[in-house]
Design a protein around this ligand. Structure first.
Ligand code: 13P
Length: 252
């Protein structure tokens, strides 16, 4: 399966910094042997479509960090999947732990957004993961099962490029990475859950990404695990050099 290295820019970068990154990466990506995606603040999506219009690579994608599940309506402050698509978005992050922690996203609302994404033709990256307290209480898979349950009941058939990102909350922005073995252990279980709900073929097609303090120094080990099909990178995706080093590690 072709790995996906995705950069979640969260609430970082000014327009001129976005432009600088895009122009730099455009010079350096050449023929990509992995899929690359960037998730900027939604207001910066038009910059991506402008800069990459003439030079869009098949394997370079962008999209928002969240979307509403309806195409339009009286939902102040939300983003329509169709508006995101107007600016070339092909993917979207759904249910990130920061959305859950700070903005009241629930397992059900995340599942609804994933269904909305599929309905309107965006490829979701659906995030799951446990807190440190939950891991220490040996509740990791119980929590992930709860996060996945509404998704499996609402989405009967995933889109061809559905991704699930395992992002242990304790590893996000903390510099603490799950060991390659910890990531593999959980991601193997996630693949089994996909298989029992969506079948063997979809389980083999769904990409399962790892996220949480992925850096050029640890990427290779994590990405070499059989059930790690890519990475969702925060801090280290903000700089072209480190983002591309992670992409290179996925390729080895
Ligand atoms: P960091 O790579 O900064 O830990 O962030 C991970 C993340 O939240 C990606 O979605």
């Amino acid at each position: 399966m072709r790995p996906l290295i995705a950069g979640n820019w969260k609430m970082y970068k000014s327009a001129s910094e976005v432009r600088f990154f895009c122009e730099e990466i455009q010079k350096k990506i050449g023929q990509l042997s992995v899929d690359l995606a960037i998730f900027p603040q939604a207001v910066h999506l038009p910059l991506f479509s402008t800069i990459f219009t003439a030079t869009k690579q098949n394997h370079f994608f962008w999209g928002p960090q969240n979307i509403h599940y309806k195409e339009m309506g009286a939902f102040t402050g939300e983003l329509s999947p169709l508006a995101a698509k107007e600016f070339g978005s092909e993917m979207v992050i759904i249910g990130h732990s920061e959305r859950r922690q700070f903005f009241g996203e629930t397992n059900t609302s995340a599942a609804e957004r994933a269904l909305g994404a599929i309905t309107f033709g965006l490829q979701p990256i659906f995030c799951v993961g446990e807190t440190l307290e939950e891991r220490e209480a040996n509740r990791t898979m119980e929590v992930i099962d709860q996060q996945l349950a509404p998704l499996f009941s609402l989405v009967k058939e995933p889109s061809s490029s559905f991704s699930i990102a395992y992002e242990p909350v304790w590893a996000i922005g903390t510099g603490k990475t799950a060991t390659a073995l910890q990531a593999q252990e959980v991601q193997q279980q996630i693949r089994k859950r996909i298989e029992s709900s969506w079948g063997k073929e979809n389980a083999a097609k769904c990409r399962i990404l790892y996220g949480g303090s992925v850096k050029p120094e640890n990427a290779k080990e994590i990405l070499s695990q059989p059930d790690v099909d890519g990475a969702l990178v925060g801090g280290a995706s903000l700089e072209v050099g480190s983002f591309l080093s992670i992409a290179a590690a996925a390729n080895q």
